[in-house]
Design a protein. Structure first.
Length: 301
């Protein structure tokens, strides 16, 4: 029996393949989509079992026949990022992102029964630090390593569009969820930088909306419509945890400990707006930070 998305008139029970289904975001997404009535398969590196398709990005191989017949593919797989970005790790990060995106996009483009849509994880680091300026999907992208990583990753995934597959690049922000949410972090730097965020359960709901909304093509900001400054984030988290705020960390110490990553992700100010989601009528479930945090704390209790 087909499920219907309220107000869309579009059947939403789909056969969906997920890469990265074992991670925090991917496992939440797989469970959510299955609960909505979708048939879920997983793209895995090990020998494939039932409901799985094998690939090996390190050798550039993928079970092309196993990719046939999916309605949609969601690519969330990535390598773990190191705390400090050495030159060698940056090369590995770049090769992994471009290689996995290109391998999957080209294989899907070559299918006889192609999926209608490929949703591929990108990141908010594609945008430069912009102070108080509001960032939308039409904003200029950055020029640092992280921006090049995300930009070139999106371009590699975009190769699937040449075969008529709708490609959506999710520029994912900090995701609220998992054990890390219980870490009582304090203010970072002066705390005035904007922090864009999304609940992991919200992100799963956004992915389903993207899958069934044909108007969404290219970059999409899956972020809460209510970003906060870092100092407010720290205060709201400590309130949700029922504890005093964590110890503030000055900018110089963050740069000393984390190097380039501190500047690119922690001290950067990105006031991102989910303009394309709002334009398609997506109803946010957890737009307020404290509400989202309390929900996730209950889930991980």
């Amino acid at each position: 029996m087909s499920l219907m998305l309220p107000g869309s008139g579009k059947e939403t029970n789909m056969k969906i393949l997920i890469a990265g289904a074992s991670g925090m975001i991917g496992s939440t997404l797989a469970q959510y989509l299955a609960e909505q009535g979708h048939e879920i398969s997983r793209l895995v590196r090990r020998a494939a079992g039932a409901g799985e398709v094998r690939w090996d990005p390190d050798t550039g191989t993928i079970d092309a026949a196993g990719l046939e017949g999916f309605d949609a593919v969601v690519h969330l797989a990535s390598m773990p990022w190191p705390v400090r970005w050495t030159s060698e790790f940056k090369k590995q990060m770049y090769a992994n992102r471009i290689g996995t995106n290109r391998l999957l996009a080209e294989a899907l483009a070559g299918c006889k029964r192609k999926p209608g849509v490929l949703v591929c994880a990108s990141g908010m680091g594609i945008y430069p630090s912009s102070g108080d300026q509001v960032i939308t999907e039409d904003s200029t992208v950055g020029t640092d390593f992280l921006a090049h990583l995300q930009r070139d990753g999106e371009a590699a995934a975009g190769q699937a569009s040449t075969a008529g597959i709708r490609v959506v690049n999710l520029r994912i922000p900090a995701v609220m969820g998992g054990p890390a949410i219980r870490r009582n972090v304090g203010r970072m730097g002066d705390g005035r930088q904007w922090s864009s965020w999304v609940s992991r359960d919200e992100l799963a709901s956004i992915v389903q909306h993207v899958l069934v909304t044909d108007d969404l093509v290219g970059p999409v900001n899956p972020v809460s419509p209510k970003p906060v400054r870092n100092a407010e984030f720290a205060a709201t988290l400590s309130h949700a945890l029922g504890s005093k705020p964590g110890m503030p960390l000055p900018a110089f110490l963050l740069r000393l400990m984390l190097g380039e990553m501190a500047e690119a992700l922690i001290l950067a100010s990105r006031r991102i707006e989910p303009r394309r989601l709002l334009a398609t009528g997506y109803p946010f479930r957890y737009p307020e930070l404290e509400e989202a945090l309390r929900h996730e704390l209950e889930v991980t209790a």
